[in-house]
Design a protein. Structure first.
Length: 589
């Protein structure tokens, strides 16, 4: 019943389309049997491909259902873990349901991501360890735990942070393991078997799919992909501007992600577990400290750089939430126990009362957060991608930076074959030699004049001049200075067109051109976006043409026209401080 209720909730609020983030890339890899960004996520990609073959709904929705299924099953495993520990079905049900409707957990259960599968495998691992602790003479349970650990490692590396808690359980039963040394060898073999999905990566890469990160063709390439060397190994992101900041801000963000109800019950549950199941108290504490505060500390992500930094980090809060969720059942039991001792003459048992009250709180939480979490009507990524492709001219070369911008375009271009005449180039990958080879394979009509891009002698100017007559459009920042003296950037809707320095375009022509494009666009409402995600960057891009034209009019002394265009930019995106400053400046003059 618990799983059914959660499954229905997740199904109706799941995204029906691509959304901003990693989802379009992961869907592209799943549909085409490709290789997404490091560490390659082979287990997820294979399962995602199976879901893409479902006989109903659009392709993105089918793959999104993998996330729905994984987290609904996670709730089931958490229920059985809590039941095994607390021996109380109502308390276990409340624990599972509270986890299911924590807004962060709920939201990431609705879109294609690797984290729901990580949640499922982690919850299974914890359940197997709890079961083996209760019956250490059952070797099959421990062998299964090692296999699940290996399998989980082929999906997401954060599972290794559960190793200290895993070792704690093994240490508790070291006497049993000491008498059966062959068992440990079998467990290691099971762990290695769990790693077999990584064999998918070289197989898939050999078939040259359109989405093929790293172009793995050797054991060295595979190790580099798994080790995430292109990101710097231990870095969460590869962008230097996102790194640094206070680790305490990240830990506070982790703790507040639980919410007051779940957070209070977890703390109470920790007290009760210490009294009743002390080994589990220490197990959950070690596990939480490693996957939660420790990871938040070492992730080195600066939450002050941009709202989207928290969006990147939030996905890693799911594993800590899964780890401590069974403690909620202990918290429910402690409250019932306190009520019993305080009111021994109560005419009814307190546990059903506590469970019923918490169920009401859960229903209110679902109603309150439904519209904010619901992704079923989210078409921001698709609308943005289609508007960009509407903007660029035939046979253009489109240069992009930023995952929020490039990945929706990649999905539409590869999976749905929109604008196959456009050569889509992701600028941050240009320094990777394997990417240059893929560009030649994917776009036979694109001339790539070098085998290694260094931004100096082998630069963007060389790429542009090797493709004469092809329009050049850019979204984002140009990575080198080779174009500065020869081209200038013309704002044409959502893109910047690189025009020769000799060409002149009047301001009235620019305004008319952008006016026509903006009338055809489908910008999201500022109230409908998640301001903490890359959606805010997309909204800012829609407002950029109006802002740029306002600047040009202000520079020319046309105050009335500048004010109108600035106001138009704010109507699209109210969160533009430089535009507000410009309007204030015009009012003072």
């Amino acid at each position: 019943m618990v799983v059914g209720a959660v499954g229905v909730l997740y199904f109706f609020t799941a995204a029906r389309d691509i959304v901003i983030g990693d989802a379009p890339e992961l869907i592209t890899a799943a549909v085409t049997l490709g290789v997404p960004h490091p560490p390659g996520y082979p287990l997820f990609t294979m399962l995602g491909h199976l879901f893409s073959l479902l006989p109903f709904g659009p392709v993105p929705f089918r793959v999104n259902l993998l996330a729905v299924t994984c987290d609904a099953l996670t709730i089931a495993v958490v229920f059985f873990t809590a039941l095994r520990l607390s021996r109380s079905r109502p308390a276990a049900a409340i624990a599972a349901l509270i986890l299911a409707v924590i807004p962060t957990f709920w939201r990431w259960s609705l879109v294609t991501e690797v984290f729901p599968l990580n949640n499922l495998l982690a919850s299974m691992l914890i359940y197997l360890l709890v079961a083996w602790h209760e019956e250490p003479r059952r070797p099959g349970v421990l062998i299964a735990a090692f296999f699940v650990a290996g399998l989980a490692l082929t999906n997401h590396h954060t599972i290794v942070l559960l190793a200290p808690a895993f070792c704690f359980v093994l240490w508790q039963h070291r006497a049993v393991l000491r008498t059966r040394p062959q068992l440990f060898a079998i467990c290691i073999a099971a762990f290695c078997i769990g790693l077999l999905p990584y064999a998918y990566v070289p197989w898939a890469s050999a078939h040259h799919p359109a989405c093929n990160w790293g172009n793995v063709s050797s054991l060295r390439d595979l190790i580099a992909l798994i080790a995430r060397k292109s990101y710097g190994g231990r870095r969460l992101v590869g962008t230097a501007s996102y790194m640094g900041g206070s680790p305490f801000a990240r830990i506070i963000a982790l703790c507040t992600s639980f919410g007051p109800v779940a957070g209070t019950l977890i703390l109470l549950g920790a007290v009760q577990a210490y009294r009743r199941q002390r080994w589990y108290f220490w197990f959950s504490l070690i596990a939480f400290l490693c996957v939660g505060p420790l990871f938040a500390w070492i992730s080195n992500l600066n939450l002050a750089t941009a709202p989207s930094a928290l969006f990147v980090l939030q996905r890693f809060f799911l594993l800590p939430q899964v780890v401590v969720a069974p403690l909620i059942a202990f918290g429910v039991l402690l409250i019932a126990e306190v009520i019993t001792s305080s009111a021994p003459t109560l005419p009814t048992r307190p546990l059903p009362l506590v469970a019923g009250a918490l169920l009401i709180v859960l229903v209110v939480s679902v109603i309150t957060n439904y519209r904010r979490v619901d992704q079923s009507r989210n078409r921001i990524a698709r609308s943005f991608g289609e508007d960009v492709f509407t903007t660029v001219e035939p046979h253009a070369i489109l240069l992009t930076t930023g995952d929020g911008v490039a990945i929706p375009l990649m999905y539409l271009n590869i999976v749905e074959r929109k604008r196959p005449d456009v050569a889509l180039i992701f600028l941050p990958l240009l320094p990777a030699d394997w990417y240059l080879r893929q560009l030649r394979e994917g776009y036979p009509d694109l001339a790539v004049p070098f085998d290694h891009y260094d931004g100096q002698r082998q630069n963007l100017r060389g790429l542009i001049e090797a493709n004469p007559g092809r329009p050049i459009a850019i979204i984002g920042t140009v990575p080198d200075k080779s174009l500065d003296q020869y081209y200038w950037s013309y704002q044409r809707g959502l893109v910047n067109v690189m025009e020769p320095a000799s060409r002149q375009i009047t301001l009235s022509e620019m305004a008319s051109d952008n006016e026509q494009l903006m009338e055809r666009y489908h910008p999201p409402s500022s109230r409908s976006i998640n301001a903490e995600s890359f959606e805010s960057e997309i909204l800012a891009l829609y407002a950029q043409p109006a802002s740029r034209i306002g600047q040009e009019y202000e520079r020319g002394g046309w105050k009335k026209e500048a004010r109108a265009w600035y106001q138009r930019a704010l109507a699209l995106d109210p969160n533009l401080p430089h535009v507000r400053q410009a309007l204030a400046r015009l009012e003072r003059e």
